[in-house]
Structure formats: structure tokens, C-alpha cells
Design a protein around this ligand. Structure first.
Ligand code: 6R9
Length: 656
């Protein structure tokens, strides 16, 4: 357990950091508050617009807000053409490092060229403006190239994390009515080549409509698998060769036109298709990259997330490239071939700014200081974290052993739905308190409230709410305005009202605030488990387990885990009260693996004759969480079957 005393220590940003910071005047908070929503022009000004917008915010129909109305722009133009035109064509845009050590550098000119060629190729495949193109690709440069090509022709992309299963791919393509897929033959993990096309093909077999075209990148070359492409499948290199040197005019997109869809987990089994739009999303990604990550074009910046998640979208691709900086991309795992791989990359590329997840930091701590100590990390100026709460001990380790006790750390709270960072310190201004993300960013209005919506006192736990819209917000859930309202707004809004002041966004996180206005995030309050910073719905995992032959019922909860933050614990009732042997255990784990992907694999599977239920028949997950965490059991008096909890507990103890 960490002591309170340790929690209270605060750190100041060093003077030389402040002196060079993009944002260092604390009056920005008052300025944004006094000048809201026009303050957001500051974000829009970071972009080049084909047509100026008329209104910063149209809030006439909450919660369907519109930002930068009538403005026209193209995201690919903003990430590429304008830097090429402004004399930065030879600056590195992407520095990519493969797991096996091969490297590729794309200057802005190189990237511009390939994006144009692939835009032409997509058009030739029949992709039209507003068609959703699914990208099922690992961390290879062709992924951001395909994203920017989609943006160039106004075709929203839907990136599906490469570690997700075939079934997850099919669900997402079906939900988005997506008729186009870009994927690859395989990729490397810890030195082994993985067959990705096989998984993609299996996913395609589950798509419920015609798929017009599939483009396959040859990542593995000679190591590749036997690749008989199907009739509608095309080789990426062949298509680029056919469109060698082609140029495609960037399509003028309305600020409110969709830039991409990103699926994320929620309370129900069906993933939610979060819709982001061109003007608001891109200006918000650029603004937060500028103000929080302190990115300058001259920097070498590295976010170690996967582009298959929102963090990679906003802070590997769109934000950094909109600002014209150099963004590093790494294909592999942090411990291959050695546990110093990330620090080797920092040293090699002289990385200035590094953004990662607390789960990674906890793994680095476990591996030991000797790995970062063996590398020169003196180029680093700023560190960041995202994805889950960071415990003060991990924060301090990061500060001392990676940041040399000097680099400021930004602990950034945000979500797929928010598009960009919402709650964090500004590194050139604020005192840092390990464990607390910080105050809401300028222009962001967040509160901690109780179940009735009243603000709670400092220090008390409550629910995080956001009381004003912001440019990077999701606009709706794809084809499901009703679910958009019920998931995010209903809880604290007067849904009959047209007054935007009556509408409150609910991110489904618990939080507390201190007397200085610093917010500490306490974690999800819905049925979402945060495993290594990845959001997984308990319902999705439960339905995967129930799909395994011989399973009658299952309950899944998150239990604390030293490295992952949370891990999946599954409690399973078999048909006919069968005791569940190791073979059954394995089938359940594989069932989850096949339905969702390896990240959702249960840490522990416990067979039980019953689940703890209330008299009305609801599963008491809270008690199962206590069991998973080895905590003292909460109140069992409202249970229909109180004795079962102790029985499960003794089984768990016997297993571990
Ligand atoms: C960007 C991203 C969102 C959920 C969010 C919260 C948790 C993210 C956090 C954090 C504490 C932070 N979360 N950042 N919790 N401190 N700095 O992670 O998006 O995958 O949608 O997850 O992650 O619970 O609600 P997403």
C-alpha cells in the first residue's frame, strides 16, 4: 500500500521547460472561460481551412452540437500538403522501426506521395466519398498512409485493432456497412511471424454484405505465408505501382463531415461506433498536441500506443502530423529482443517527448532500472501517460528513471469519445501531483457530482461530468442517436430541454477533486474493465464464454493486477453442474480469444455451481470483485444465496 504522505508530494515544472513551453501563461484558464466558446478559435487557427467557418459552436439542438459550422477543410491536406508547401517537405514525418530492427523514414514529401497514390488506388477500387473503409492492420507505416488516403478522398476509416479477432472484425464491418478492407499478410511478434490474412479472411467470411475490395499489404515478404489472394483481393504494392506518381486533389470536407469511426466497448455486448468529425476532431487533436504535449515541428515525438486505439489516432497520426512534427512508430513489443528496447529507440532517435501508458511503466519498474540506465535518455523533455489511473509510485519511478527527475509528466485523462485530452496539467504552467490527472484543460468544464448531480465536496468520491461541449467530442454513435443519448447524456441531463445548460456529458468514470481543483480519476463505474489501458466490456466477454459448449452462465469482473491495472476474472457455471477440468478451462480461454482477442483472455476462470445473486436475480458483481481482489467480502445479507460467496472464495484460494 502506498502512504498518504507519498501521495501529497508535488512537483514543479523546471524553469528551462517553462521558458520554452508552447503554453506558459496561466491566464489562459481565465481567458478561455471568459471567452467561451470563441476561445476554441485558437484550436481552429492551428489548421488551414478552405472555407472559413461561420459559427464556432451551434448548440441549438443539444446534445447534437456542431462545431465550426460551414467551415471546409481536408485532414490529409492539413497533415501533409501544407507542410510540403511550406518548405518542410524534407522533414521526417514518420520514423518507423520494425520489431526485427528494420527502419523506414518517410519525409513529408514521401508520405504525401504515397498517400496520393493510395488515394488514387482506393478510388480505382470504387471507394467514394462517405464510404466507410475498414483498416485491420498492425503498426506498419501503411496504416497511417491508408488513414490519410481515406481522409484525402473523404472516406471515413474504421480502424480495427490488429489484435482483435476475426469475429470482432466482422461485427465492426457489419455495423458500419463497410464494403472495403485494407489489411496485411502478417506481422512480427517477439520474432515470430503471425498470419494476419488468415484471420482477416475468417472475418470476411462473417461479413453479412458484399465486400467490394480488399487490399493486402505484403509485410512479411519472404517470410510470408502461402498467399493465394481471393478474387476481390489486391496487393498493395501492385496498386501503388499502377498509380505511380498520381495526385488526388484533397476533397473539401464540411467541418461536421465524419472523419472516422472508432468502435469501443460499453455496458452492453454491442461495441459502440463513435463518430468523429473533421473540423472539431482535427483542431482538438492539434490543439492538445500543441498545448499539452508541447510539440514543435523540430521535435522527435513518440507515442508508444497502437494506432488501433484512439490514442494512436489522435497522438501518433492526426495531432502530431497536423503540427508538422516527426512522429515515431514502433511495430513490436517493449521487451523484444531485450527489456531496454524502448529506451534504445529513445536513444537512437533522440526522442524529445514520450507518451505511454501506466501499465507499461509498471512493467518497466518490474524489469528494473538497469534497462533505462544503460541508455542515454537525456534528449527527453516531456513525458506523458494515458489510459488508466497512474499510481504515485509508478509516476515517481517514471519521473526519476526515465525523466531524470526533471521532465514534467502530463497524466492525461480522456476517452475514445472525447477525441482528445480533457483533464491534465499544462506542462509549462502547473504544479504536478502524482496520482491526480490535474485540472480540466482551459475551456473544459468538468465537475464531480453525486448521484443527484450536485457537486460533491473536495476529497469525496463522486462521478465525473462534463458540463459544456468541446470541439473534439463525439457527435453521435454510428446510426444510433438514441443510444448516444442514453449512454452519455441521460444520466444527468434534462433530456426534454433545448437549453444546452441542461445537458451534461457523463463519461462513466468515478473521480474526486481536491481543494486546488485537481481531479483524481478513480476508474470506470460501468461494466467496463480496463486491462492494460484497453477498454473491455464485461458483457462482451460473458457472451463469448457463454458461447463455449457446456457453459450455462458466466459472470466476468475486473480484479486488480500489478502490471495490467485490471485483469479479467471469470466465474462460470457449467451445464449439468460439471466440475470443469483443465481442458474445459482452456476451451473457455480460447473461446474468449477467438471472440474478442488475446487482450481479453481471462486471468482466472473459476467454476462454480452458482453465482451470488440478489433476491431479484441480479448478479452481485461487487462481491465477485472482492473475491478477485482478495478483499474482505462486502455485505452479503441481501443475497438469495449468501453461502456461495465463501464457497467461491475458497475455490479461488485453492487455485492460486
Ligand atoms: C484515451 C483512452 C477511456 C477510459 C476512461 C478512463 C480511463 C484514460 C486515464 C484514465 C485515469 C487517466 N482513462 N486515461 N483513467 N487516468 N489519465 O484511454 O481512451 O480507450 O476510450 O478509455 O480510460 O476510465 O474512461 P479509451
Amino acid at each position: 500500500m502506498e502512504t498518504r504522505l507519498e501521495d501529497e508530494v508535488a512537483f514543479e515544472p523546471p524553469e528551462d521547460f517553462v521558458a520554452q513551453a508552447n503554453v506558459s501563461d496561466s491566464s489562459i484558464y481565465d481567458e478561455f472561460a471568459a471567452n467561451w466558446p470563441e476561445c476554441w478559435e485558437r484550436a481552429a487557427d492551428l489548421l488551414d481551412w478552405d472555407d472559413e467557418y461561420e459559427q464556432v459552436l451551434d448548440d441549438s439542438n443539444p446534445p447534437f452540437y456542431k462545431w465550426f459550422t460551414e467551415g471546409k477543410l481536408n485532414a490529409s491536406y492539413n497533415c501533409l500538403d501544407r507542410h510540403v508547401e511550406n518548405g518542410d517537405k524534407n522533414r521526417a514525418a514518420i520514423k518507423w522501426e520494425g520489431e526485427l530492427g528494420e527502419t523506414r523514414t518517410y519525409t513529408y514529401q514521401d508520405l504525401y506521395r504515397e498517400v496520393n497514390e493510395f488515394s488514387a488506388a482506393l478510388r480505382a477500387q470504387g471507394v467514394e466519398e462517405d464510404d466507410v473503409v475498414t483498416l485491420y492492420m498492425p503498426m506498419i507505416p501503411e496504416l497511417p498512409i491508408a488513414m490519410l488516403a481515406c481522409a484525402r478522398i473523404g472516406a471515413p476509416h474504421s480502424v480495427v485493432f490488429a489484435g482483435f479477432s476475426a469475429e470482432a472484425l466482422a461485427t465492426r464491418m457489419n455495423s458500419a456497412d463497410s464494403e472495403y478492407l485494407v489489411t496485411c499478410d502478417g506481422y512480427y511478434r517477439r520474432g515470430d511471424s503471425l498470419d494476419h490474412l488468415d484471420k482477416a479472411n475468417e472475418g470476411l467470411d462473417g461479413v453479412d454484405h458484399d465486400v467490394e475490395s480488399v487490399v493486402v499489404v505484403d509485410r512479411l515478404g519472404g517470410d510470408g505465408f502461402d498467399r493465394d489472394l481471393r478474387d476481390n483481393q489486391h496487393d498493395w504494392d501492385d496498386l501503388l505501382a499502377e498509380h505511380d506518381g498520381h495526385r488526388v486533389e484533397p476533397v473539401e470536407r464540411d467541418a461536421e463531415d465524419m472523419i472516422f469511426l472508432m468502435y469501443t466497448s460499453g455496458t452492453t455486448g454491442q461495441p459502440k461506433g463513435v463518430k468523429h468529425t473533421t473540423g472539431g476532431y482535427l483542431s482538438y487533436a492539434a490543439w492538445t498536441s500543441h498545448a499539452v504535449l508541447d510539440i514543435e515541428p523540430e521535435d522527435t515525438y513518440w507515442c508508444s500506443a497502437d494506432i488501433g486505439w484512439i490514442t494512436g489516432h489522435s497522438y501518433i497520426v492526426y495531432g502530431p502530423l497536423a503540427l508538422g512534427t516527426t512522429t515515431v512508430m514502433y511495430e513490436g513489443t517493449p521487451d523484444y529482443p531485450e527489456c531496454d528496447r524502448l529506451w534504445e529507440i529513445v536513444e537512437k532517435y533522440s526522442v524529445d517527448i514520450f507518451y505511454t501508458a501506466p501499465t507499461a511503466i509498471r512493467a518497466f519498474m518490474k524489469w528494473g532500472e538497469k534497462f533505462p540506465e544503460s541508455r542515454d535518455l537525456s534528449s527527453l523533455r516531456l513525458l506523458g501517460t494515458v489510459g488508466e489511473p497512474i499510481n504515485p509510485r509508478a509516476w515517481k519511478w517514471y519521473h526519476e528513471h526515465i525523466g531524470n527527475g526533471e521532465c514534467p509528466i502530463v497524466d492525461t485523462w480522456w476517452q475514445t469519445e472525447t477525441g482528445g485530452m480533457m483533464i491534465t496539467t499544462l506542462p509549462g504552467i502547473s504544479t504536478m501531483k502524482p496520482g491526480a490527472a490535474g485540472p480540466p484543460l482551459p475551456g473544459i468544464d468538468a465537475q464531480i457530482v453525486d448521484t443527484t448531480g450536485d457537486e460533491v465536496e473536495a476529497g469525496r468520491a463522486g462521478y465525473l461530468t462534463v458540463n459544456k461541449p468541446w470541439p473534439g467530442m463525439l457527435r453521435t454513435l454510428y446510426n444510433n442517436d438514441e443510444r448516444y443519448i442514453s449512454e452519455y447524456w441521460e444520466e444527468y441531463s434534462d433530456t426534454d430541454s433545448d437549453d444546452p445548460d441542461d445537458w451534461v456529458y457523463f463519461p462513466e468514470d468515478g473521480a474526486k477533486i481536491d481543494a486546488d481543483g485537481y481531479i483524481t480519476i478513480l476508474g470506470r463505474v460501468d461494466d467496463v474493465i480496463n486491462v492494460s489501458g484497453h477498454r473491455l466490456g464485461t458483457m462482451e466477454i460473458e457472451s463469448a464464454i457463454v458461447g463455449v459448449e457446456g457453459v450455462a452462465e458466466a459472470a466476468v469482473v475486473g480484479g486488480t493486477h500489478d502490471i495490467k491495472g485490471e485483469a479479467v476474472y471469470a466465474y462460470v457455471i457449467t451445464e449439468d453442474g460439471y466440475e470443469g477440468d483443465s481442458d474445459f478451462h482452456e476451451r473457455i480461454i480460447e473461446g474468449v480469444n477467438d471472440a474478442i482477442g488475446p487482450i481479453a483472455r481471462p486471468e482466472e476462470v473459476v467454476f462454480t455451481p452458482e453465482l451470488p445473486k440478489t433476491r431479484s436475480g441480479k448478479i452481485m458483481r461487487r462481491l465477485l470483485e472482492d473475491v478477485a481482489n482478495g478483499d474482505e467480502l462486502g455485505n452479503t445479507s441481501t443475497l438469495r444465496n449468501p453461502e456461495i460467496v465463501e464457497e467461491i472464495e475458497s475455490k479461488v484460494n485453492a487455485q492460486s
